[in-house]
Ligand binder design. Structure first.
Ligand SMILES: Nc1nc2c(ncn2[C@@H]2O[C@H](COP(=O)(O)O)[C@@H](O)[C@H]2O)c(=O)[nH]1
Ligand SMILES: [Mn+2]
Length: 224
């Protein structure tokens, strides 16, 4: 499983257009109460069109990176194990917006920390370095706009994790499970198992959204 996004450029694009939308509040053909924090741009404006194009570039860039990393991993596996046959790559993105039809209407769906779970769609829900990850099949639940969680989700922020988690016990947890891990110093604690929610509870809470196809157990983790 390879987990990598657009390496911050997607965030920068979203931030830039969100700031633009906030600055244009009140000058738009629609109004959203300020406290909802949902500034928007008309899709038929230059800014709206450019946002969608730039966001798609970031999504494509992230996928190209994952494909490249996957090719390197496959080449390394083949070097050791000889020829290996692989099934189709499962690609999952999150933090993106897309035009979709829900409840009979065309709407723009923004998935942040969430991903698509259309009926029959294969997806991946990662846990953490020390817990299971899941290959899933979407159930297309309309109430969730056909979405599921993108992962276990954070129990605490990165800085908080570096401050609060105990380095020795986080390492011990992984060592005990026999997982080759990537936690060396306090700065790595931001992605230690203790900073994420319990994936088994998260999966139990979204039984109506996805069905589990395969439960994956971590053996080794490499952090870039
Ligand atoms: N299997 C692993 N899952 C991981 C790891 N680090 C994080 N995660 C999970 O992914 C989601 C999303 O992460 P994000 O960085 O895109 O927000 C997160 O909620 C965790 O559940 C890992 O090393 N291995
Ligand atoms: Mn991610």
């Amino acid at each position: 499983m390879i987990h990598s996004g657009s390496r911050n450029i997607g965030f920068k694009v979203a931030k830039r257009y969100n700031e633009l939308a906030v600055s244009l509040r009140g000058k738009m053909p629609f109004s959203v109460p300020k406290q909802w924090q949902l500034a928007a741009l008309p899709l038929e404006s230059d800014a709206g069109r450019n946002y969608m194009l730039e966001m798609q570039c970031c999504v494509d860039f992230a996928l190209a990176n994952r494909r490249l990393m996957m090719d390197h991993v496959k080449a390394s596996i083949s070097e050791v194990a000889g020829p290996v046959e692989y099934s189709e790559m499962i690609n999952v993105s999150h933090n993106f917006a897309a035009m979709e039809t829900h409840f009979g209407q065309k709407v723009m769906v923004h998935r942040k920390g969430a991903t698509r779970a259309f009926a029959g769609q294969t997806g991946i829900i990662p846990g953490s370095q020390g817990s299971a990850s899941y290959v899933v099949r979407g159930k297309g639940e309309s109430e969730s706009f056909m979405s599921c969680s993108h992962g276990a989700g954070r129990k605490m922020g990165r800085k908080e994790a570096r401050r609060k988690l105990d380095l020795a016990s986080e390492k011990r947890k992984l060592d005990k499970l026999g997982i080759i891990h990537a936690i060396r110093s306090r700065k790595d604690l931001d992605e230690a198992p203790g900073s994420y929610k319990d994936i088994s509870k998260v999966m139990a809470n979204q039984k109506d959204l996805v069905e589990i196809v395969v439960k994956l157990r971590p053996l080794a983790v490499i952090k870039g």
